[in-house]
Design a binder for this molecule. Structure first.
Ligand code: DX5
Ligand code: ZN
Length: 255
């Protein structure tokens, strides 16, 4: 699928859960992928860790290639690696459809984001919680996707950091509607709603999804929380003028 089609499809289906395979059972990866497909997953999130940019090591090219052979779903690679520019083409060849680099890993992310687009993939940029949001702002037009980390990159199963919600809201305001906004880390049925309300569209979820036996049910439960928050926001937006209208009618009656 072309990058534009992937973006359009994610946007049309939002809110979308991006299952993070880091929390999957690696002894039965193909089976896990099939279960996710059957549960309605539209994308798979692959966490690539090099033991240098982050202290943890996850998996590399042979595993990505094996995942590519097992599914047609878009593969969303979150590159938690130093010198990401050295490997972009190899990741693309291994089957990546979306490539997200960390702003902390690049002196100048712009040429890397351009290279990702040139390779025909969706260009993503992300930042860790301690990194000032100003670090990504100059590049909002150079990327298709902005991933807000709501935990420190490197490990699954961490606690959600609430300042991610303000970051999402700010990036939605300054990045405009063309920017696909994603959030990663500590998402569950309590934290997903505020992120949806703040403008996130793709919700990368590991432990809160894979802890359940029924992936469809778990994804639906998370998505219904996201939709509930969105519906409440819309209701609030429309309620105010409606109430004002009611009042003005009332006043007119009194005259
Ligand atoms: C953290 C990874 C996440 C992680 C999310 O470094 O980027 O994608 O797998 O896992 P949970 O949902 O368990 O926080
Ligand atoms: Zn991730």
């Amino acid at each position: 699928m072309a990058a534009e089609e992937i973006i359009a499809e994610l946007r049309a289906s939002a809110p979308v859960i991006g299952p993070s395979l880091l929390a999957a059972d690696f002894a039965h990866l193909e089976q896990e992928i099939r279960r996710l497909e059957e549960a309605g997953a539209r994308i798979l999130h692959l966490d690539i860790m090099d033991g240098h940019f982050v202290p943890n090591i996850s998996f590399g090219f042979p595993v990505i290639e094996a995942i590519r052979r097992s599914t047609r779903l878009p593969l969303d690679l979150h590159l938690m690696i130093s010198e990401p520019g050295r490997y972009l083409e190899r990741f693309r060849k291994a089957g990546a459809d979306l490539l997200t680099i960390h702003v902390e890993a690049a002196d100048d992310p712009r040429p890397l984001l351009r290279e990702i687009r040139r390779l025909g993939a969706v260009a993503g940029l992300t930042l860790n919680p301690p990194t000032p949001i100003m670090a990504v702002e100059p590049y909002l037009h150079d990327c298709d996707l902005l991933l807000v980390m709501s935990v420190a990159a490197g490990f699954g199963g961490q606690e959600f950091e609430p300042q991610a919600v303000d970051r999402l809201r700010h990036l939605r305001a300054v990045g405009g509607n063309d920017l696909l906004l994603s959030v990663d880390g500590g998402l569950n049925d309590r934290t997903i709603g505020p992120c949806a309300e703040a403008g996130a569209e793709v919700f990368v979820t590991g432990s809160a999804l894979f802890a359940h036996h029924d992936y469809r049910q778990a994804m639906e439960a998370l998505l219904s929380e996201a939709r509930r928050s969105l519906a409440l926001t819309h209701k609030n937006l429309f309620q105010e003028p409606f109430e004002r209208h009611e009042n003005s009618n009332h006043n007119a009656f009194l005259k």
